[in-house]
Structure formats: C-alpha cells, structure tokens
Ligand binder design. Structure first.
Ligand code: BG6
Ligand code: MG
Length: 214
C-alpha cells in the first residue's frame, strides 16, 4: 500500500448499519403507502438524512410540507436508533477491525469519513473509536456525499495531502466524493454497483494492506 492515510466510511463499510438504514426507510415508505426496494436504497447510501427523505418521497411520488418532512425524518431516525442501540463489538463487519489494526501497524493514519449524525454512538457501541486518528461525521460537515467535504476534512485533520489518501466506501455517492477529493477509492461490496471505484472487494475478510496497489 502506497497511501499514507486511509479514510473509512462507517455505514456499510465497518458496520452493517446500511441494512438498518434500509429497514427504517422501508418502514416509513410502507406507512406512506408505497414499496421501497433494496435497489432504490442504493441511491440513499452516503446521502444525508434529509436528502435521503427527498429521494424516498420522489420514489413514492409524494410531496410533503417542510414540517411533515422533519416529523417523518425524525420517525425514521427513532426506528434506526432502536436498531443501533443493540450493537456490540461483534457487529463490526468481518475483517474490518483486523484490517484497521494492520494498517495502523504500518504507520498509516486513519480517519472516519461518514455523513451520519449517529456515528459517535456506533463507534462507542462497537468500540471502534480508538482505531481512528481523526473522526469526521455529519455533525461537523455541512455538505453530504457526493460532495468531497467529508474526505477533504479528514485529510486536513490528518495532515496528509489528498492524493496520498485512500478511501473505503460502499456507496456510489461516496466513490464520487472520494474522486472529487482527488483520492483513490476502494469499493466494499458489489463491483456492478461500485463500477467507478478504483478496485472493488466484497469485504475485508482476507484483505491485507500489502494486497492493495495504491
Ligand atoms: C450515511 C448512510 O452513512 O449516513 C446514509 O450511508 C445515511 O444512508 C447518512 O442517510 C446519514 O445518517 P444519519 O445516521 O445521520 O441519519
Ligand atoms: Mg456507507
């Protein structure tokens, strides 16, 4: 690995919370009277809570007042919180913790690059926090992915130039954000979905820093 810093997305990369986000949005869609598929959900990954709601309403062909949007987004988040409240260190995705430890042993810096406002709770529940040199989450950035702000902020906090940073992402919007930040991106998940990533692996199991060319 040539990178001097690794920037990790959280939901769907280090923890399986992408599933919880999907279940909570699907529940809201059902209450609003339409079906929300896993394929639709790809469009919400990496996108902020309110932008996700806009996409969901668009899929359902619904228009709501700003007041109702805030109520529904809060309901979705409350259901999501009931899922993440039960998380433990065992809910870290297979191989992710080991990969982060291996990277840090090589002297490579690590940062979180998530737009979630719930990231702190997840890091504490899973005890992942000590594995980061810097944390960038939805509470300190103003623009969600695909805007590059989240990753540029991570590079700045780590004092590593963007071209020396490698991003780990499961979302199409996240891959775009990494490239707009001038960083390489390793996709975690399906090569079909993450076709713009520089390399795609199904997960961290068996992945070593030495096996990554950039
Ligand atoms: C991203 C998820 O990490 O965080 C999105 O991929 C989610 O699905 C976004 O909408 C915001 O998360 P939260 O926890 O602040 O609602
Ligand atoms: Mg993600």
């Amino acid at each position: 690995m040539k990178a001097k810093a690794c920037l990790f997305d959280l939901d769907g990369v280090l923890v399986d919370t992408a599933r919880f986000h999907y279940l909570a949005w699907k529940d809201l869609a059902a209450r609003l009277g339409f079906h929300f598929t896993e394929e639709d959900n790809e469009r919400l990954k990496g996108v902020s809570r309110m932008d996700s709601l806009e996409i969901l309403l668009d899929i359902g062909g619904l228009r709501l007042s700003q007041e109702d949007k805030v109520i529904f987004a809060t309901q979705k988040n409350n259901l999501y919180l009931t899922y993440i409240e039960t998380m433990t260190p065992e809910d870290t995705l297979p191989g992710a913790r080991e990969f982060m430890v291996a990277v840090r042993l090589l002297g490579i810096k690590t940062a979180l690059g998530s737009v979630s406002k719930n990231a702190a709770m997840i890091l504490d529940k899973t005890r992942l926090r000590p594995l980061f040199d810097a944390i960038v989450d939805g509470n300190i950035i103003s623009r969600a992915k695909p805007d590059p702000e989240v990753f540029l902020k991570g590079a700045e906090l780590l004092r590593v130039p963007p071209p020396s940073c490698l991003v780990f992402e499961d979302a199409v919007a996240g891959v775009e954000a990494a490239h707009r930040a001038g960083m390489k991106c390793l996709g975690i998940g399906s090569a079909e979905v993450l076709k713009d990533a520089d390399l795609v692996v199904p997960g961290f199991t068996g992945l070593t820093p030495g096996a990554i060319a950039f």
